[in-house]
Write a protein that binds this ligand. Structure first.
Ligand SMILES: [Zn+2]
Length: 205
């Protein structure tokens, strides 16, 4: 584990940097929900340090979680990034579903304990072999199998335009114990902890 010390600090710096840019933008769509905050505090056991921001080359939050008018509800956060930007696994877990439908397009559902994270509008196609679905994005050098175990922060695909979307973005959904959660709340919690941990490290070294 000695070997990891510098790597972890570097990773933390990277995460904090990415989150900082992302969180500044998040300030434009404040949608805190009390019930969700307490749920998150109970479940995360106070540590978001291992979590990864889900997109490289963050541009903006193009649509927040919440009501969209005409009785529609947006069960996720839209994160815009240039087409082809890599998507990273938010939290270590298992691929429980490889999605291929008209709305989500090419997508993944990854389960981490009681959490499920949903990724939509990705590049690539869905195939099947030996009774298992897989997502393949040849240009991005990505193949992800149903039931595969993934670490936090690994590249799991790229931002695309599949499904119902007017521009390249990641639709990122989060469920806890089958209840939808505002991903913005989780990103704020992650950012708070990662920033605090970073300043502790910089002070102590
Ligand atoms: Zn969306």
């Amino acid at each position: 584990m000695k070997l990891n010390r510098f790597g972890r600090l570097q990773r933390l710096l990277l995460l904090a940097g990415a989150s900082l840019i992302a969180l500044v933008a998040l300030g434009y769509h404040p949608t805190p929900v009390k019930a969700q905050d307490s749920q998150i505090n109970q479940t995360a056991t106070g540590s978001w340090l291992a979590a990864s921001f889900p997109v490289e080359n963050f541009q903006e939050y193009s649509s927040p979680y919440g009501p969209r008018g005409e009785g529609e509800f947006h069960y996720g956060l839209d994160i815009a990034a240039p087409q082809g930007s890599y998507i990273r696994n938010w939290w270590a877990g298992e691929v429980v579903e490889v999605i291929d439908d008209d709305r989500c397009g090419t997508g993944l559902v990854i389960a981490s304990g009681k959490w499920e994270h949903v990724y939509c509008h990705m590049e690539g196609q869905v195939g099947q072999a030996n009774g298992r679905n897989y997502l393949i994005d040849r240009e991005g050098g990505i193949i992800i199998w149903q039931n595969e175990q993934l670490s936090a922060g690994v590249r799991i695909g790229r931002v695309g335009m599949s499904g119902r979307t007017s521009g390249p973005h990641l639709h990122w959904g989060l469920r806890y114990a089958e209840n939808w959660i505002d991903p913005g709340t989780v990103l704020r919690a992650m950012y708070g902890e990662q920033t605090a941990a970073l300043s502790r490290r910089l002070d102590g070294q």
